[in-house]
Write a protein that binds this ligand. Structure first.
Ligand code: ATP
Ligand code: MG
Length: 505
């Protein structure tokens, strides 16, 4: 086992962390910074959180600190150190500590690697007396380093050397470690892209041989690592690794349908490559999760909708409809929060907006704004930007300026029933319309007209139209609404349903 001194790193540790290690040491226990924070200190990166491991047991840790949280089965005690007031804490009543925002340092007793029968959960959590046991159970050599308050690092598995050569290796035999916890395979890819490391040959072979075990891992755990890959600076490299290692087909097999799916026309790349480039562009721009996912999925419906074309080599009619359904299924399966899924899906569904650039009308732009919501319209433009990356023909700047100008213009127009110059109360009081489905249908019919022509949003015009519409029978009023809708959908509902059936989405 290697020990080396890194006194220079001590200054980089925040006081509240040192306070926790020193408190444990003063009470006669061992205490080490461990895992990601030591790795990050050595790499000159800012640690995200600070983990401490110790030979003290939870019941010995808890009384040493004023405020702790302890509510898990792994023995981890969260030590809360109030922000701003670390040296004044003693003057605060314990009951007031709740009011002060806290730093949390996680302190975990040395643990032994226990048996895993289900490839994901240790059968029991066993504490140990020895630091070595705790380091042995950790996933990668670079994550298995421990540092004490003097800056001395314990390095049992040449983790420091692997940091220097930027190589990710499992602690111990890859096959064994991946069969204990298959999530480690995704963690390997995640750390590789987060840290800019390569996965060592032996570890990679271990993943290739164990890939199918990833199916034993819960959707939530897989999603968390997937999300970290997507949010890294190199998500395209990450997805590429998942694919080459044989993991992608268990996580998002739909993406593999795009491999070798040529597109023809202005597209230089197959669908899969195009999606990765779009995703990478979103990451280069620092755009958020929903946008990155929408970029990754925007053309995912293309392989299932590809047909030989007459003018072009292929057509992909309706791919955004099929793609939106696929994206929804994927994201629900991966248990992404509904808000994230909803936005990504609507972006995929609408990414073909303005596809015929010459005939675009303001009312069409208005309808796109209605569909994605005012707050998301610029995000939709960003998806378009991602979509253009990697094409032979760049978007002409004058055309982009035209879109921008049109969006700016329609953003001033009414796009919801709430923005009409008449509302339910007026309809009821002045025009004698009773609340209910008829009133809803009338308001919607008015909105349809105003979307086509915002100058119609006046009391005079709308009052007159209400009078006329109110003459219609229930059925006529209803079919009016339906006709308007049908005429304006790019694909009629029936046709969408047929496509879905045909493509099993
Ligand atoms: P981050 O900067 O993302 O927090 P990290 O290295 O701290 O990176 P965590 O997921 O927070 O990663 O885990 C903390 C430490 O716990 C790891 O460094 C590793 O030593 C250990 N660890 C976490 N998950 C596993 C696992 N599935 N198998 C083995 N060890 C693990
Ligand atoms: Mg961490």
């Amino acid at each position: 086992m290697k020990q080396s001194s890194h006194k220079n790193l001590i200054g980089k540790i925040p006081d509240y962390v040192t306070h926790v290690t020193q408190t444990l040491e003063k009470a006669g226990f061992e205490a080490f910074l461990v895992g990601g924070c030591v790795r990050d200190l050595l790499m000159g990166r800012e640690p995200k959180d600070w983990d401490i491991t110790t030979n003290a047991k939870p019941e010995q840790i808890i009384p040493l600190f004023e405020k702790t949280v302890y509510e898990n089965t792994f023995g981890t005690v969260g030590v809360c150190i109030p922000k701003y007031v670390s040296h004044e804490t003693s003057s605060l009543e314990p009951s007031n500590l709740n009011l002060v925002p806290n730093f949390i340092v996680e302190v975990t007793p040395y643990r032994l690697e226990a048996k895993y029968s289900d490839f994901r959960h240790p059968d029991e959590v066993k504490f140990s007396e020895k630091l070595e046991d705790d380091l042995k159970r950790r996933d990668f050599t670079v994550n298995a380093l421990a540092m004490n308050s003097l800056g001395e690092i314990t390095d049992m598995f040449e983790g420091i050397k692997d940091i220097e050569t930027m190589s990710l290796k499992t602690v111990g035999a890859p096959l064994e470690r991946f069969s204990e916890d298959a999530l480690r395979m995704m963690r390997a890819v995640r750390f590789a892209v987060q840290l800019g490391f390569t996965v060592s040959h032996e570890t990679m072979e271990g993943i290739v041989a164990s890939a199918s075990l990833i199916q034993n891992i819960s959707a939530e755990r897989t999603r968390d690592e997937f999300e970290k890959i997507i949010m890294s600076a190199e998500p395209a490299v990450g997805i590429g690794m998942l694919q080459k290692f044989g993991l992608l087909k268990f996580i998002i097999p739909e993406l593999e349908e795009g491999i070798g799916c040529e597109q023809g026309g202005a597209h230089l790349y197959d669908v899969y490559e195009h999606l990765l480039m779009a995703l990478q562009h979103a990451a280069n721009k620092g755009w958020p999760l929903e946008v990155r996912l929408a970029a990754l999925f925007h053309d995912i419906g293309k392989p299932r909708s590809r047909r030989p074309g007459t003018k072009k080599a292929y057509t992909f009619y309706g791919h955004e409809v099929i793609g939106a359904r696929m994206a929804q299924k994927i994201m629900e399966r991966m248990k992404f929060p509904k808000k994230v899924t909803d936005l990504a899906v609507v972006l995929v569904r609408q990414h073909m907006f303005f596809s015929d650039t010459e005939t675009i009308t303001l009312s069409a732009v208005r309808r796109v704004v209605v569909k994605v919501g005012k707050e998301n319209i610029w995000t939709l433009m960003n998806i378009r930007e991602c979509d253009r990356v990697g094409m032979a023909k760049k978007e002409a700047p004058y055309r982009l300026r035209k879109y921008h100008a049109m969006i700016e213009e329609v953003l001033r127009d009414p796009i919801s029933v709430g923005q009409l110059k008449v509302d339910g109360t007026i309809l009821m009081k002045e025009l004698n319309i009773k609340p209910g489905p008829r009133m809803g249908a009338i308001l919607n019919a008015l909105l349809e007209e105003v979307l086509d022509d915002p100058t119609k949003n006046t009391r005079e015009y709308l009052d007159r139209r209400v009078g006329e519409l109110d003459q219609l029978s229930d059925t006529d009023l209803k079919s009016l609404g339906e006709k308007a809708k049908e005429a304006k959908e790019e694909l009629e509902e029936e046709e969408i349903a047929k496509l879905h059936k045909k493509h099993r989405v």
